[in-house]
Design a protein around this ligand. Structure first.
Ligand SMILES: [Zn+2]
Length: 172
């Protein structure tokens, strides 16, 4: 399942990538005008268009594009809305770059020296022997830092909400 997300939903783009979904954002392109036409054309039959814009949504549907219309302002509720329509993988992972959507790869031990030269990575972290991932496309390096616990916690709560909704639907 692949998505294209409108410019208003930047955080949702990041979270979808964090959950491993191939997600293109309108912000990835320098669009001066006609964003709507571009998004519809780019989505085609391949990508699901995720938007809060009802007019764009109905235009896209008329053009045969699958549309996921978002109502909420809250990022976790947005993911919940998507989960009720699509099989969103609610498991954070390091497989995709949250900045540029390219696939990442695990850094090999013989490359760790290179990390020490990157001044934004604390040297003691590199020496700790934890795992790092790199996006070869934009150079961003990832590791499971303290923010990672927070991500897991939020997704865990979301999973519980989604699961309780599913069991409610089954009961009625
Ligand atoms: Zn990247």
């Amino acid at each position: 399942m692949e998505f294209i997300v409108d410019q208003m939903l930047g955080r949702l783009t990041t979270w979808l990538r964090l959950l491993g979904h191939d997600t293109v954002s309108a912000s990835d392109f320098a669009l001066e005008s006609k964003e709507d036409e571009f998004l519809i054309q780019f989505a085609g039959h391949k990508r699901i268009l995720v938007t809060r814009d009802k007019i764009l949504g109905s235009m896209a549907e008329r053009a045969g594009v699958r549309v996921c219309l978002i109502n909420s302002d809250s990022i976790m509720e947005q993911l919940e809305e998507m989960s009720s329509n699509y099989d969103i993988d609610l498991e954070p992972k390091m497989t995709r770059c949250t900045i540029c959507n390219a696939l990442t790869r695990k850094i090999r031990s013989n490359e760790l020296g290179m990390l020490k030269k990157e001044d934004y990575i604390p040297e003691d972290l590199v020496e700790d022997g934890i795992d790092f991932w790199i996006c070869d496309s934009c150079g961003k390096v990832y590791w499971e830092g303290s923010h990672w616990d927070n991500i897991h916690e939020r997704i865990e709560k979301l999973r519980e909400r989604v699961a309780s909704k599913v069991s409610l639907t089954k009961n009625f």
